[in-house]
Design a protein around this ligand. Structure first.
Ligand code: ATP
Length: 366
């Protein structure tokens, strides 16, 4: 199925033409089908979930605001004031021209623009302050990339309040998403290893800083034309620390969600490793397990069946099979960590970035 990688709005619930694959971040109020979130900690009504998913699959659903969470109660003025403390107070419009829309998600629209002061092309994500399922998630859009710079994380440049919008300026990643590549090209194992290695470098770094991405899937992996792999889309991140070691919200995209998330068990950084395992299956099979099922049924399968594997396990090497079996472990305590997977023999066969660069060039020709 074609995959819409953006979140959809409440109004889209009514529109069955959105039967595509996008993240869902608020089970109770949106209905995109590829990801669900309910960071409520409160139980998500499974009937609602199946209603949500009957409109399509593959979207992220934003979590319901938590009744006891102060940010959910923030007034519009408080919210604006808090955001304004985080962003650059100048007006970026004088320094930007030639806006070209390159993508749209549930939280905002992404453009390329020419930055006059640096004479470079930048990506600008424009997000309405108010037209959000969970406006407090916008803090993530500014904070995570800014506070956690890494070679495999999209580089943050600056952010601004422009009228009633939050603008985040970041590096423009010119090679498109991994989803685009998977759709058109069959990846070699050495290329899968190279992509996994870069993603795991980013995840090991974020996890060591208590950041859980919560929405790992091929749509969030962007590639530069030189073959560098970058993790993006931090809108659904959660932080853990000494005070709050686990999270419980139903957040993510159904087909990539870890069993403990679906079961509403307290969870930690391990959920990203499960999702990475599912993304490896995407790279092998072209789509995640159970993708032909409605999201609610897929979630049920993830919760009740043994961990999935590739549709054609005989076609993959024992090394890759073993790598997958270390990531897709039902019991999160027994699942490998990002640092452990980085030492897995499968990654020793990672091809250099130049082979990913060729992949992008080839993708452009098919
Ligand atoms: P979603 O609903 O999928 O979470 P979103 O509202 O968070 O979407 P993004 O996924 O961040 O929006 O971006 C929307 C589109 O813009 C995607 O197709 C993505 O590949 C593209 N995009 C985002 N950031 C960049 C960037 N820095 N460089 C190039 N393309 C980008």
């Amino acid at each position: 199925p074609s995959r819409n990688t953006q979140r959809i709005r409440r109004s889209d619930l009514m529109n069955p033409s959105h039967a595509t694959a996008t993240p869902v971040s608020h089970v109770m109020t949106t209905s995109s089908s590829r990801n669900i979130t309910s960071s409520t900690g409160a139980a998500v009504n499974p009937h609602f979930v199946s209603d949500v998913y009957s409109t399509g699959r593959g979207h992220t659903v934003p979590a319901k605001p938590h009744r006891n969470r102060p940010s959910s109660k923030m007034s519009a003025e408080q919210f604006r004031a808090t955001i304004s403390l985080l962003v650059n107070s100048s007006d970026p419009r004088r320094d930007l021209d030639w806006f070209v829309k390159i993508g749209e998600g549930s939280t905002g629209t992404v453009y390329t623009a020419h930055q006059l002061s640096t004479n470079r092309v930048v990506a600008v994500k424009k997000m309405s302050l108010w037209n959000q399922q969970r406006k407090e998630l916008l803090f993530n859009e500014v904070i995570i990339m800014k506070e956690y710079p890494h070679n495999n994380v999209v580089t943050y440049y600056d952010s601004y309040l422009v009228d009633e919008e939050l603008w985040v300026l970041m590096e423009f990643i010119d090679g498109g998403s991994l989803t685009d590549i998977i759709r058109r090209v069959h990846l070699q194992e050495s290329q899968i290893a190279a992509i996994c290695k870069s993603c795991l470098e980013a995840l090991a770094y974020l996890h060591s800083n208590g950041v859980i991405h919560r929405d790992i899937k091929s749509d969030c992996i962007l590639l530069m034309s030189d073959g560098t792999v970058k993790l993006s889309d931090f809108g659904y991140c959660a932080r853990i620390n000494q005070k709050q070691r686990r999270r419980q919200s139903l957040v993510g995209t159904p087909y990539w969600m870890a069993p403990e998330v679906i079961s509403k068990q307290p969870y930690g950084t391990e959920v990203d490793i499960w999702s990475l395992g599912i993304m490896v299956i995407e790279m092998i099979d072209g789509q995640p397990p159970y993708f032909n099922l409605p999201a609610s049924e897929a979630m049920n399968c993830i919760r009740t069946l043994p961990p999935p594997t590739s549709k054609s396990p005989e076609k993959i090497s024992p090394r890759l099979r073993d790598f997958l079996s270390k990531a897709l472990v039902y019991n999160s305590e027994e699942r490998a960590t990002a640092s452990e997977l980085l030492r897995h023999p499968f990654l020793q066969f990672a091809s250099p970035p130049s082979s990913l660069s060729k992949l992008i060039q080839f993708r452009n020709t098919v």
